[in-house]
Design a protein around this ligand. Structure first.
Ligand SMILES: *Cc1c(COP(=O)(O)O)cnc(C)c1O
Length: 391
């Protein structure tokens, strides 16, 4: 067999929809298309039954106790926004202090920034050089006015796993409500809300071989009930938690994708970790000045964030377009800033700018990765040689 000449190594940004998942969705787009809220006729009732089934299966796939704990959203961004803004409104009478950490996803940090503008006090915990928070710092941050902790399960740029279970235990002992952005978890690590001990949790289907445009906000059933104030108002769908016609095909697809993730994460994770580790070894064997950013052990099995000293990050990324890797830097405006995640871990700006994120998927092959490793070595050598000549 010939060598591949392209690779997709950006699975933390999005994954391909599993063919089985896509096949399940097609008839729901073309035939069983009725509105699940149209309970007055047969097709509507059929759609409603399918939506109920998707909700039950989604609940089971993440270890939730009841289907009513699941709200379907348009993705993890909406789930995070709803959880933070909606819970803040519910909890404001108890206190106005919220704790998060500095490497959260923008869909967590931006709502927090808005709350800050509305008079909330926000404590952003720092991270150690490995990208993980320290529990002592969390302990010290909790005050009698603290009402909410949000902590991501795994970082999208480095794969660093946060100690969510321990942090949740600590926070809840202080009467603090706990939310977790677990968008990077399914298919790579165990995602079980009971095991994690969190009150609210956000997920996204397209990060785990499901369709785009759908996600989950899990809210634990408790007494008295605590559900985020909804952001979307209207017809009262999703038990009043999220108005708008439910995306039935996507919900059914996501339920299956999450079931597959729960069945496969361990085995897929071991395979991805083996390939990923081999890539890191290859780079470190053939190049000087290679560092891997993130924890050695407490890391997603598919993610590698690698810095190459002495190369220009943009030039490297441009020369590796055929690998579909992503920059460590958040480059939204075209003027690349070194990644704030790496900066928070103490990586120097120039090195942070010379970093790439490689994220594997369950379809990544060893041929693909060997080819990618060789391409990276060749390009880094070429860019370093050019840099020397330019001096
Ligand atoms: C991708 C991602 C999100 C956003 O998910 P969408 O469904 O694309 O809105 C949120 N948090 C993390 C950690 C992510 O990786």
């Amino acid at each position: 067999m010939g060598r591949p000449h392209t690779a997709y190594l950006d699975c933390n940004a999005s994954t391909p929809c599993d063919p089985e998942v896509a096949a399940i969705m097609v008839p729901l787009l073309t035939s069983t298309f009725a509105n699940p809220s149209s309970r007055g006729h047969g097709p509507g009732q059929e759609a409603a039954a399918l939506l109920d089934d998707a909700r039950s299966r989604t609940a089971r796939a993440i270890g939730a106790g009841a289907p009513s704990e699941i709200t379907f959203t348009s993705g993890a961004t909406e789930a995070n926004n709803t959880a933070l803004v909606g819970l803040a409104h519910r909890l404001v009478h108890r206190g106005r202090h919220l704790v998060a950490q500095v490497t959260e996803h923008p869909s967590v940090l931006e709502p927090l920034r808005r709350l800050q503008g509305q008079g909330w006090e926000i404590t952003l915990l720092g991270v150690a050089a490995d990208g993980r928070i320290r529990l002592q710092e969390l302990q010290d941050a909790l005050t009698p006015r603290t009402v909410l902790l949000t902590l991501m399960l795994a970082n999208n740029e480095t794969g660093a796993l946060q100690p969510v279970r321990e942090a949740a235990e600590l926070a809840r002992a202080h009467g603090v409500v706990v939310h977790c952005d677990a968008a990077q978890g399914p298919g790579k690590v165990a995602v079980d809300v009971a095991e994690l001990g969190v009150d609210h949790l956000s997920l996204s289907a397209h990060k785990a071989y499901g369709p785009k445009g759908i996600g989950v906000l899990y809210s634990r059933r408790q007494r008295p009930p605590l559900r985020p104030e909804p952001l979307l108002l209207g017809g009262g769908q999703e038990g009043g938690q999220r108005s708008g016609t439910p995306n039935l095909p996507a919900a059914v697809g996501m339920a299956r994708a999450l079931e597959l993730a729960r069945e496969r994460w361990w085995e897929d994770g071991r395979l991805m970790a083996r390939l990923r580790d081999r890539l890191e070894e290859h780079l470190q064997e053939h190049l000087d000045g290679v560092t891997v950013n993130g924890p050695r052990d407490h890391r997603l099995p598919n993610t590698s964030n690698i810095s190459f000293a002495g190369v220009d990050g943009n030039a490297l990324l441009a020369s590796l377009r055929d690998l579909a890797v992503s920059s460590g830097s958040a480059c939204a405006t075209g003027s690349p800033e070194p990644s704030s995640v790496l900066r928070a871990m103490g990586v120097a700006p120039a090195l942070a700018a010379a970093s790439i994120r490689v994220s594997l998927g369950r379809t990544t092959t060893s041929d693909e990765l060997e080819w990618a490793a060789e391409r990276m070595v060749a390009e880094v050598r070429r860019l370093r040689a050019m840099g020397k000549r330019g001096r």
